[in-house]
Design a protein around this ligand. Structure first.
Ligand SMILES: [Zn+2]
Length: 329
């Protein structure tokens, strides 16, 4: 008898065959998924909780958590629940002792002890930039130090306008001087003002643009462990960048409080400085021994905290800038 051929049965068999294959494939996929999850948990040395892994899969910040697992083995040992990122703390800048810092330098000091007395009476941290060859330089420095004000050398540096005489130009360093001459002027300035913690330039539009002059000054500051403040009397100044390259602690002036004729703007400039500090965590301004400047400082500096800022010396400001730089990725 010829074998019965049943086309219906053949069709039925192949259907069952494909159904079986797909079932096997589906279970293999499921098993391998579970196995992979298990292995990845084992690798992280965390407790294996399949439902937790399913929940994890739906959280939006999986990538962030992946990065977290790389950080440290102690972190990896935390339970699954603890993998959720901690809520961000309230603004880093708020809180006592952590307000944005404002440093104010009063330039051209050393010529008038009465003005120095007025600054002392403000009873706020300030930096006093003293012209080393000025008549009252030594007494000004002494008064500043005994009232916890910071002293820096206000170094006369050559300007493009060729000013070589008059107030503040004594002891001027020029771009045509020899290395030895520049060095000995720096030494003499520090001998007059041994309490100085740093140095900024008086005039100096030409001097701060000169690589030759600034290299010598940076070497001096490095050897004497002093910081540098670029008064930025010219946009061509290379001084601040060079200081950073030579690893001399440095900052630069952001606001001149009273550089122009219109002294009516001093208050606006001071508030501009406060705003910059609140924006960047710190800001540096320079003022001069003018009565108008003093009257604005008298009005607003003692209550600086009401404007959300804290007054500081230049060295405190430089420290804060370094901290901010380190925090940046
Ligand atoms: Zn000056």
């Amino acid at each position: 008898m010829p074998a019965k051929s049943d086309p219906k049965r053949t069709t039925f068999d192949s259907r069952r065959f494909f159904l079986k294959i797909s079932l096997i494939l589906a279970s293999m996929a499921l098993l391998s998924g579970v196995l992979l999850d298990y292995l990845s948990f084992k690798h992280q040395q965390a407790a294996y909780l399949p439902w937790a892994s399913l929940a994890r899969r739906h959280t939006p910040s999986r990538l962030a958590k992946k990065a977290e697992t790389k950080t440290s083995s102690t972190d990896q040992k935390k339970s699954v629940k603890q993998e959720e990122p901690a809520p961000k703390s309230v603004s880093d800048r708020s809180g006592k002792g952590n307000l944005p810092l404002v440093a104010i330098i009063i330039d051209d000091m050393g010529q008038d002890l009465n003005f120095m007395r007025e600054l002392v009476n403000l009873k706020v941290p300030l930096t006093v930039a003293i012209l080393p060859d000025a008549g009252q330089a030594v007494d000004t420095a002494q008064m500043a130090v005994s009232h916890q004000l910071e002293v820096i050398i206000h170094l006369p540096l050559e300007a493009f306008n060729g000013q070589t005489a008059g107030s503040g130009a004594d002891g001027l360093i020029t771009t045509t001087m020899s290395q030895e001459e520049i060095w000995s002027r720096l030494e003499a300035s520090l001998e007059r003002l041994p309490a100085a913690r740093g140095l900024n330039n008086h005039m100096g539009s030409k001097g701060t643009a000169s690589q030759y002059v600034m290299e010598i000054i940076m070497e001096f500051l490095k050897q004497k462990n002093l910081f540098f403040i670029d008064s930025k009397t010219s946009p061509k100044s290379i001084a601040y960048d060079l200081a950073l390259k030579r690893q001399v602690p440095a900052a630069f002036r952001q606001v001149f409080l009273d550089a122009d004729e219109d002294r009516g703007k001093i208050k606006d400039r001071l508030f501009e400085l406060f705003t910059l500090a609140r924006k960047n965590g710190q800001a540096l301004g320079i003022g001069h021994p003018f009565d108008d400047t003093l009257s604005v400082l008298k009005t607003y500096l003692p209550e600086a905290k009401n404007y959300g800022v804290e007054l500081a010396t230049c060295s405190q400001l430089i420290k804060r800038q370094q901290e901010i730089r380190q925090k940046k990725p």
